[in-house]
Every structure is written in structure tokens, then in C-alpha cells.
Design a protein around this ligand. Structure first.
Ligand code: ADP
Ligand code: XUL
Length: 535
């Protein structure tokens, strides 16, 4: 298939290697969706890896990892499924992908040779079994590196200095602090590491059969990159681990073509040998691309395993108190702001399981049964050590309308408290870094639930839009594949010229001003109670 002809019926494939599953979507040249959506769910489709919610948790409650070999096995499983469903791999002109951010993979010396020589007759799982120095990759849910974070801040002159340099103060899940921990705990393993990849560049490496570069947008989540110059920051590298620069390889701009798909995928699945790979990036950056967020005031909220809120940004103002500044994945000199919550879908699921017999329908009934504002009841559901704000001690904190602690709520109050609390927190912390929503695009698994979206609209007091495609990360990767392919054929073209068409956000939920007014005093109470918990 000749993919240099713009009139051909080329397809563009987007992957999303997320916490719980690996997904794929495809689009046509004119950006219309190609029918079908494919998914491999780690817990149920690859039970041999014994994950729960896609991860392994350590006994300390802080360490969270996942096996990189499982992600490789998932890629074969996904493409097998697509082939069986008749997916025309030969039409794919370009592929890109998303990875859960911050997670790191440690390739053993000699792994590059293994990648280059991948044999199409054997699954990746068999060929890469000895390729990793760490069989378990630390992922974004890990919060075991507080000591390394404080050491980085001390070495660079404090949290604000780290934020000014790298876009965020030191965070436990950020890759540099994870690398520091590994180099200190297992110096021999660190010495045997030839290359350190992010989940995004790891998946890209499988596809091109070589070490793939880290893109500047996902690279912003490491506490290692100079956020303005978009190069590794020597002072951060030095404070993190010895001989680190060589192990990281060089960074790439997000729209760059990084290679063609390896013969393994050509022979095994029928990809064209001309099919190019565009730099993979983080799931939140790809969602920004998938939702076409460009104007200030356009905010997206993704309700996936993590809940995240993000927006495009021209003028970065890194803060030591909350949020992250990342390099934009679509504008070579733009930025994005990101706020991340660890207590997202899994925490809502936990409450659903305890009050609604594991049913989202029942959960919605309960949500509707309690009045907006919840009669003044407020809850903090810290099932996982939280990122925003940083509260590492888990537990549920419930307060009555007079701010006194309560040990339990009724089922309706409990269901409403978890959802209202999450959105009050998002509004509070977004406003503190200057993000003032004019409208919200909702995405991620839980954006399918209109009762949850109604609370979002009322708390923020702005319309919430949602579409049929809750997986904006895979879609954004497909758009970026299309954009990178276009730039590769000639010179750089702005993303907005290639991807100009707004996506279909058929569902619009408008806020009720009387209810929004009710949330104003509640937001102030929420802030004061949060302060109390932090102290
Ligand atoms: P990720 O990509 O981060 O792995 P997804 O965006 O696929 O996650 O979201 C998965 C989550 O979506 C599940 O954990 C589940 O709790 C949530 N979810 C799915 N359907 C609903 C629903 N109807 N209401 C609320 N949450 C839902
Ligand atoms: C973002 C973050 C998560 C992961 C997993 O900073 O940690 O959103 O990207 O989805």
C-alpha cells in the first residue's frame, strides 16, 4: 500500500496503554471514525499476571507496580483480536499511542538487540521475558518516594525551584524520583539498565523494534526536563541518579515520526512496511489532543482510573502547591496544565460496591435521591494515598452540616458525598492555579454516567459536554498520528489545520444556577475542612 498518496484510503491508529486496559481506535484520513473499538482488559484477559485493576500493590500500601511483559502480551492480544475481526492493518499509514503517565520500564543491556531482531513466529511475551532489569515497573499510583522527592527539592533549592525548572514540584509518582529510588535500592540493577522508558515510549519501542525516544509532553511528568527549553535539565539529572542522561536517550518533539513498524508486525498482523510510528505520549496529553482543547477556559475532565482536569495554556506559571505544567503535545511551544487525583473511578466503585450492590444504575438512583448540596454533608474519600492535595494516610472523613465528624452516612448521602467532594475539590484546586472553566468536556469511563456529569455541571456552574467516544486518549493518539504523518510528508503544519473538525459532543448538560449558588458556600466549607485534614 502506498501511504504517500494523500487520496488513498489510509487509516490512522491510536492506542492507549492505560492502567486497567489496552485500547485501540482508528480514524480515516478525513478524521471520521473507522468502525470498531478494541480492548484488552488486563485482569480478565491476561489473568496469568494476577493484577487487580491492572496493578500489583506492595504490602506497605505505597508501592504500586505493573509488569511490563504484561503490556507487551496485551499488544499481541489486541492485534490478534483486531485481525480476527477483519481489521485492515495494511491500510494503516501511521500509528501513535498513549501510555499511563510517569510509569517507567528498565531495559536490560542487550535489549535493543532483542528488539531489532524480533521474530514474527514467536509472541513478544516469549522473546522479551529476559529484557527487563525490573520485572515490575513502578506506575503513577506509586507514592513510595517521599524521601527522594525531599532530596531533589533540597538539591535544587526548594519546591518552587523544582517547579520553575521542571513544571511541577517533586511528586512521588514522577519518574525521576522513582528512578532515584531504584538506583539507591538496587544499584546493580540500575547499572545493568541500558535504557529507561516511559510506558508511552516503551509501547512505541515494541512497535518500531528499537528504543523509541520520550516525547517532550510525557517527558514533562518526570521532574527531569527543563519545561521551557524542553531538554533534560542537567541539575535535575545530577540530583537524581548517576549516568542518567545516556539511559534516558534524547527527547523528541511530539509530532515527530520516530520510525516505521518493525517487520514483526508486518509479518504477523499485516501492517504495511511503510507504516510510520509518530512519537507516543502520555494519556492526558493525548486526551488534550483528542478533545481539541485550544482556547483558554476550555477545560477537560477525564474520569478514568485517575480523575484529571486539564487545559491548554500559553503562559506557564508553575506552582509549588498544586498542579503540573506540561509541554503541549500539539503545539511545539505551547503548554498544558494538569491536576491529577488518585481517588477517581476506583474510589467511586468502592462506594458503589458498599452502598449500591455493585450496580451503577443503583448508584445513580441513590445520587438522585439525595438533594444537591447533600443537606450540608461533606465527605473526603481517601481510599488511595491522594495526590491533590497530598494526603498519604488513607481513610474516609465525613462531616455533618455543622462541620462535626460523622462515622457514617446513609447510602444516598454517601453516594452523593463521594461525587460532590470530588468535583468541589477539582473546582477549588483548578481555580487556585488560575483555571476558570467556561465549559467542560468530559471523557473517560465514568463520563458515560449522566448523573455524575450533572453534579459536575452544577458544581462548576458551566455546561458539560460529553460524546460517544469516552476514550479521548486513544482518539487523540490517532489524531496525532494523522498530524505527525502530515508533517512528515512535508514541513510542519499546525495541528489545528490538520485536525480542525470538532468532535461530536452530543450530550450537553446545562447547570442549574440555583443549585450552583448552593455550592458557593459549600466550596468555602470544603476548603476549610480540607485545610483541617492537611493539618
Ligand atoms: P483507564 O483508561 O484509566 O484505565 P477508563 O477511562 O477506561 O480507565 O475508565 C474505567 C472506569 O470507568 C472503571 O474503573 C469504572 O469505574 C468507570 N465506569 C464505567 N462505567 C461507568 C458508569 N456507568 N458510571 C460510573 N463509572 C463508570
Ligand atoms: C497524571 C497521572 C494519571 C496517569 C494515569 O499525572 O498520574 O492520570 O496518567 O492515567
Amino acid at each position: 500500500m502506498d501511504h504517500t498518496n494523500p487520496n488513498s484510503q489510509s487509516l490512522f491508529l491510536g492506542l492507549d496503554c492505560s492502567t486497567q486496559s489496552l485500547k485501540a481506535v482508528a480514524i480515516n484520513s478525513d478524521l471520521t471514525p473507522f468502525p470498531g473499538e478494541w480492548n484488552v482488559h488486563y485482569d480478565t484477559d491476561l489473568p496469568g499476571y494476577h493484577t487487580e485493576g491492572g496493578v500489583h500493590r506492595g504490602p506497605d500500601g505505597l508501592t504500586v507496580t505493573a509488569p511490563p511483559l504484561m503490556w507487551a502480551a496485551a499488544l499481541d492480544r489486541l492485534f490478534d483480536r483486531m485481525r480476527k475481526s477483519g481489521f485492515p492493518f495494511e491500510l494503516v499509514a501511521a500509528i501513535s499511542g498513549s501510555g499511563q503517565q510517569h510509569g517507567s520500564v528498565y531495559w536490560r543491556k542487550g535489549a535493543q538487540r532483542l528488539l531489532r531482531r524480533l521474530n514474527p513466529d514467536l509472541p513478544l511475551r516469549d522473546q522479551l521475558a529476559s529484557a527487563f532489569v525490573m520485572d515490575e515497573s513502578p506506575i503513577w499510583m506509586d507514592s513510595s518516594t517521599t524521601a527522594q522527592c525531599r532530596a531533589l527539592e533540597k538539591a535544587l533549592g526548594g519546591p518552587q525551584a523544582v517547579a520553575e525548572l521542571t513544571g511541577s514540584r517533586a511528586y512521588e509518582r514522577f519518574t525521576g524520583n522513582q528512578i532515584a529510588k531504584i538506583s539507591q535500592m538496587w544499584p546493580e540493577r540500575y547499572a545493568q539498565t541500558e535504557r529507561i522508558a516511559l510506558v508511552s515510549s516503551f509501547m512505541a519501542s515494541l512497535l518500531i523494534g528499537d528504543y523509541a525516544p520520550i516525547d517532550v509532553s510525557d517527558g514533562s511528568g518526570m521532574n527531569l526536563m527543563d519545561i521551557r527549553q524542553r531538554v533534560w535539565a542537567p541539575a535535575a539529572l545530577k540530583a537524581t541518579a548517576p549516568a542518567l542522561e545516556k539511559k534516558l536517550g534524547s527527547l523528541t518533539l511530539s509530532h515527530r515520526v520516530i520510525g516505521t513498524v518493525h517487520n514483526y508486525f508486518v509479518r504477523r498482523y499485516g501492517f504495511s512496511s511503510n507504516c510510520v510510528a509518530v512519537a507516543f505520549s502520555g494519556d492526558n496529553p493525548n486526551s488534550l489532543a483528542g478533545l481539541l482543547l485550544r482556547e483558554s477556559g476550555d477545560v477537560a475532565i477525564s474520569l478514568g482510573t485517575s480523575d484529571t482536569l486539564f487545559a491548554s495554556l500559553r503562559e506557564p506559571k508553575p506552582s509549588a502547591s498544586e498542579g503540573h505544567i506540561l509541554a503541549s503535545p500539539i503545539e511545539p511551544d505551547g503548554y498544558m496544565a494538569l491536576i491529577c487525583y488518585k481517588n477517581g473511578s476506583l474510589t467511586r466503585e468502592d462506594v458503589r460496591n458498599s452502598v449500591a450492590a455493585r450496580s451503577w444504575t443503583r448508584f445513580s438512583e441513590l445520587l438522585r435521591a439525595a438533594p444537591p448540596g447533600n443537606g450540608g454533608h461533606i465527605g473526603f474519600f481517601i481510599k488511595e494515598p491522594e495526590i491533590t492535595p497530598p494526603i498519604l494516610r488513607t481513610g474516609i472523613h465525613r462531616f455533618g452540616p455543622d462541620d462535626t465528624p460523622r462515622s457514617a452516612f446513609s447510602p444516598e448521602t454517601e453516594a452523593r458525598a463521594v461525587v460532590e467532594g470530588q468535583f468541589l475539590s477539582m473546582r477549588l484546586h483548578a481555580e487556585r492555579i488560575g483555571i476558570c472553566a467556561r465549559s467542560i468536556l468530559a471523557t473517560g469511563g465514568a463520563s458515560a454516567n449522566s448523573d455524575i456529569l450533572r453534579v459536575m455541571a452544577d458544581v462548576f456552574g458551566v455546561p458539560v459536554h460529553a460524546g460517544d467516544q469516552p476514550n479521548s486518549a486513544a482518539l487523540g493518539a490517532a489524531y496525532r498520528a494523522r498530524h505527525g504523518w502530515e508533517c512528515h510528508r512535508g514541513s510542519f503544519v499546525p495541528f489545528s489545520e490538520v485536525v480542525a473538525k470538532p468532535v461530536d459532543f452530543a450530550t450537553v448538560i446545562t447547570p442549574n444556577p440555583a443549585i450552583t449558588a448552593l455550592y458557593e458556600p459549600m466550596l468555602r466549607r470544603y476548603a476549610a475542612l480540607e485545610e483541617r485534614l492537611l493539618n
